[in-house]
Ligand binder design. Sequence first.
Ligand code: MG
Ligand code: ZN
Length: 203
Amino acid sequence: MSVWIPLDENLAASARPLLLVDRDGVVIEDRDYLGDPSGVVLLPGAAEALALARAGGWLVVGVSNQSGIGRRRFGEADFAAVMSRLDALLARAGARFDGFYYCPHVPADRCACRKPLTGLIDQAGLSGRLGGRKVWMVGDKADDIALGRSLGARCVLVRTGHGAREEASVRERWAGDPDVSIRADLAAAVDLALADPPEGGGS
Ligand SMILES: [Mg+2]
Ligand SMILES: [Zn+2]
C-alpha cells in the first residue's frame, strides 16, 4: 500500500463530498522529483483552500504520482520527510489531508495505481462509493483530469504547476464536457466546487 495518510473507513463509506487533489503543482510548487523537504513550498492560497473545503464538510484526499521513487531519484524516507514538512505547513493554516495516497512506480512497472488509473482510489477504499456523493478532482495535468472523469468526478485543471502548459490539450480533449473546468489555482477550484449545489450539480 502506498499510503501516507490512510482515509478512515467510516469516512470513505460516508456520503461526505470528496475533493481529490493532486499534490505537485496544485498544493505545492512543482519541483521535479522532490525528495528534499526544504523544497516544499505551498502555492499561494492552497492551504487556506483545503482548510475551507474541510470546514465545509468535504473530505480532502491527496492522490499523487511519485515516480521519482521508482526511478530511484529519492527514497521512501525522503518522500516521508517531504510529506511531514507539507503536513506541518498545512497545519499552520489549519488544513490537512483526510487521506493521502501515492504511486511510487514508473510507467514501465505497469502498476494499477499510477494516475490516470484508479488504483489509488481503490487503496483509499473509495471504489464503488462515489455514486451517492459529490466528487471533484483538481490537478495540473491531463492525467489528473482523465482519472477524475473515469470516476465520474467533476474536474478542474489549475494553471499552476504544469497546468498552463496542459491547458490547450485539456481543452481539446474534453471540448464540450461540462464537467471539466479550468481555473487559475486551487483556491479558485475549491470556490467552484463549494458552489456546486447539494443536489444534482455533481455526477
Ligand atoms: Mg501535478
Ligand atoms: Zn503505481
